[in-house]
Design a protein around this ligand. Structure first.
Ligand code: NAD
Ligand code: DAU
Length: 340
């Protein structure tokens, strides 16, 4: 049985990844290490917390002593690092924690892999490390060869971590892989991000704050497709390689917002154009040719199907998001949108 460390598994994608492995890979035991920041939520893992194949450890990836203790005890076959500060708007407000968690936390995990050994260290990265593409060149896509060119403290911290991962591979021979994924959506998505925020505001008939002119483009990937891709990279990916994950589900933000309003039967009068995000990336678009060619992966869920499944999930899981939005979330919302 494989023993896998999943960091950040109480967050959106890490949580979905744990659900995915528990359902689709019977030969796995999983240890989830998560600091339970504002974005971490044990209710996301509630359906599987009682399963003997899952151990939850409350801890911080930047805490070297605690991380080393865990590695010594567990002898992991693989490590998948999802733990991060992940929201661009927050990184503009408070960059420091992004550098600490996303860069130094990655370094601690890499050091632990070298000290105690592991079959694979997988870094969950982002297409934001490539910067953005112009809106008037739809033929351009990010490939694994696209130069790193970051825009926000968040993307700079993720790019730094990627460089460190590759440097550890070259210098110490650490058996690493990296995946760079486009925007995810689906169940358990924290409602500071575009899609869940718009779904919940629409449900409650509150204004839907669209940054700038709403023409920025994102390449949306249903989260289960991302989880499948990471599982394939762990099993069949080549050590020392980067794999882009995403694929041809590009939408302007305003189109996404209109789709949500239509699906919920709400008026477009709820749309409120607000001040743009500083440094706002215009377009992300992934070319997934490499992961398709080498590992046979392609996304299975188109945007129309995925957005409907996501809306249904929020309609059917009210208690999850009501708990998430209690407390500090209200203060965050007021700070970000109060005077925008
Ligand atoms: P998230 O913010 O929903 O979850 C992050 C998780 O990490 C939370 O459970 C949080 O408690 C935990 N965490 C934060 N700091 C920690 C620390 N110091 N030690 C241990 N745990 C800590 O993030 P997400 O959207 O699930 O993103 C997961 C990863 O995927 C991130 O690395 C992000 O950069 C990357 N990514 C996200 C997307 C996306 O669309 N959401 C796309 C591409 C890549
Ligand atoms: O591309 C991958 C990245 O996708 C991940 O690395 C990040 O962790 C993840 O947060 C996401 O980054 P974005 O900045 O693209 O996601 P966000 O949901 O914050 O915004 C999506 C788009 O919607 C972006 O163009 C900004 C816009 N937006 C966002 C919010 C929260 C709005 O117009 N209004 C909003 O209120």
């Amino acid at each position: 049985m494989k023993n896998i460390l999943v960091t950040g598994g109480a967050g959106f994608i890490g949580g979905n990844f744990i659900h995915y492995l528990m359902k689709n890979r019977q030969d796995c035991r999983i240890v989830c290490l998560d600091a339970l920041t504002y974005a971490g939520n044990l209710e996301t893992l509630a359906p599987v917390l009682g399963d003997s194949r899952l151990r939850f450890v409350h801890g911080d990836i930047t805490d070297r002593e605690a991380v080393y203790r865990l590695f010594e005890e567990e002898h992991f076959d693989a490590v998948v690092n999802f733990a991060a500060e992940s929201h661009v708007d927050r990184s503009i407000d408070t960059p420091e924690i992004f550098l600490k968690t996303n860069i130094l936390g990655t370094q601690v995990l890499l050091d632990a892999c070298n000290k105690f050994g592991t079959g694979r260290y997988h870094q969950v990265s982002t297409d934001e490390v490539y910067g953005d593409l112009p809106l008037d060149r739809p033929e351009l896509f990010f490939t694994e060869e696209t130069p790193l060119h970051t825009s926000s403290p968040y993307s700079a911290s993720k790019a730094s971590a990627d460089l460190l991962v590759m440097a550890y591979h070259r210098t110490y021979g650490t058996p690493v892989t990296i995946s760079r994924c486009s925007n995810n959506y689906g169940p358990y998505h924290f409602p500071e991000k575009l899609i869940p925020l718009m779904i919940l505001n629409a449900l409650e008939e509150r204004p839907l704050p669209v940054y700038g002119d709403g023409k920025n483009v994102r390449d949306w990937l249903y989260v289960e497709d991302h989880c499948h891709a990471i599982a394939l990279i762990l099993e069949k990916g080549r050590v020392g390689e980067v794999y882009n994950i995403g694929g041809h589900n590009e939408r302007q933000n305003i189109e996404v917002v209109r789709t949500i309003l239509k699906a919920l039967g709400k008026s477009e009068d709820l749309i409120a154009f607000v001040k743009d995000r500083p440094g706002h990336d215009r377009r992300y678009a992934i070319d997934p040719a490499k992961i398709h060619r080498e590992l046979g992966w392609l996304p299975q869920t188109g945007f129309d199907e995925g957005i409907q499944k996501t809306i249904d999930w929020y309609l059917n899981n009210r208690s999850w998001w009501e708990h998430v939005r209690s407390g500090d979330y209200q203060k965050y919302y007021q700070k970000m949108y109060g005077n925008r």
